[in-house]
Design a protein around this ligand. Sequence first.
Ligand code: FES
Length: 109
Amino acid sequence: MNTFTLGISRKQVLEMIPEQAIHKIHVGELVVALVRIAEDFHAFQADCPHRGTSLFQGSIINQNEIICPLHEYRFDFKTGQVKAGSCGNLEVYPTELTEEGLKIFLSPE
Ligand code: FES
């Protein structure tokens, strides 16, 4: 599993990433979406599993769901589960906030 570290400290990450917004993180060729809820960070695929629309223009609801802007399918960004709509689940990437920064554990290539 590939691990990417964002930032250089816990404090810096918390200052750099505001809550309730969808942040774009470039990890090499991969673009990952990142949402912060309090001190929990959730990383997931940036394009909708339905038709590939960018989720950066999506909406966050209920502290755990993102709504795709195109057909309004809903996904739980903590588990990846599709909550409304008929398509595959969202790919999610585990994260861990450490004193060295935010670790994002990416799937193997
Ligand atoms: S492209 Fe996202 S719901 Fe259709």
